[in-house]
Design a protein around this ligand. Structure first.
Ligand code: ADP
Length: 246
């Protein structure tokens, strides 16, 4: 199977503390992966490395068919190369409608002035409608984003990331604070997204991970402790010990 992102032998030290320790990870195009692990396991730092926010002391981070090193690229270049990141809290433009948020994401304009003076093409409008359908907000296009529920804001932000046609999406605890119905919709949305781009989901909720029905990587003390199906990793004695704090 081909590789989209390959992290190998990566380590990061903060003030003498090894937050990431010889970590290796690979994901193929349009693959879904859940990354789990107790607090402090290194999940956030791992995502920071992939997006260029944190630079490792050693190791390699290789991207795409042309095997370019992400370590030589700025955060902005990495984003342009097709790596999108969704933080835990939704960050949408609350005073703008769902449609305007999606249009803005589609165009990536430099300022709101350019948004206000911008007349979307028919193609852009169609794209926005398609995205709204995909995220289940087709009936909320004219609503101000600030009026949406927490779950809807999360979907909108995922839609805004998808508007940029990423090849890899990193999503941090998407189901946190959601109702069971919202969680279900979030699962469907991510599974649908993973048909066109690779998706890495960092999540604590095991039921949510189960529904994603994908390979799971367990991090512990900055390294991969186990990898495989959820049943495989949760029956691993090392994983059980880590989760029970032994
Ligand atoms: P997780 O997301 O799995 O909870 P993190 O990646 O946030 O774990 O953190 C991994 C470890 O690195 C933790 O022990 C954390 O305290 C430490 N750490 C993370 N960022 C920094 C930093 N900027 N300075 C010092 N220590 C850090």
């Amino acid at each position: 199977m081909s590789t989209l992102l390959e992290v190998s032998g990566v380590s990061v030290t903060f003030d003498g503390f090894r937050a990431i320790n010889n970590l290796s990870f690979r994901i193929g195009p349009a693959e879904m992966r859940a990354v789990i692990g107790p607090n402090g396991a290194g999940k956030t730092t791992f995502m920071d490395i992939v997006t260029g926010k944190t630079r490792p002391d050693e190791g390699r981070v290789i991207w795409g068919e042309r095997s370019v090193s992400l370590l030589k690229m700025s955060e902005a270049r990495i984003a342009q190369a097709g790596i999108g990141r969704k933080f835990q809290k939704p960050t949408v433009f609350e005073d703008q409608t769902v449609e305007e948020n999606l249009l803005m994401a589609l165009k990536k304009p430099r300022s709101w002035v350019s948004v206000l003076s911008y007349r979307p093409s028919r193609e852009d409008i169609e794209k926005v409608y398609g995205l709204a359908q995909e995220i289940g907000l087709q009936d909320a296009l004219k609503r101000k984003s600030g009026e949406l529920s927490h779950g809807q804001k999360q979907w909108l932000e995922i839609g805004m990331l998808l508007a940029q046609e990423p090849r890899l999406l990193l999503v941090d605890e998407p189901a946190a604070g959601m109702t069971p119905q919202e969680r279900e919709h979030t699962t469907d949305l991510l599974v649908e997204a993973a048909k066109t781009c690779a998706v890495v989901v960092v999540e604590h909720d095991m039921e949510f991970v189960r529904r994603l029905n994908c390979k799971v990587t367990v991090l512990h003390e900055g390294s991969v402790l186990a990898e495989g199906s959820l049943d495989h990793v949760t029956s691993n004695q090392d994983v059980i010990d880590v989760y029970l704090g032994r």
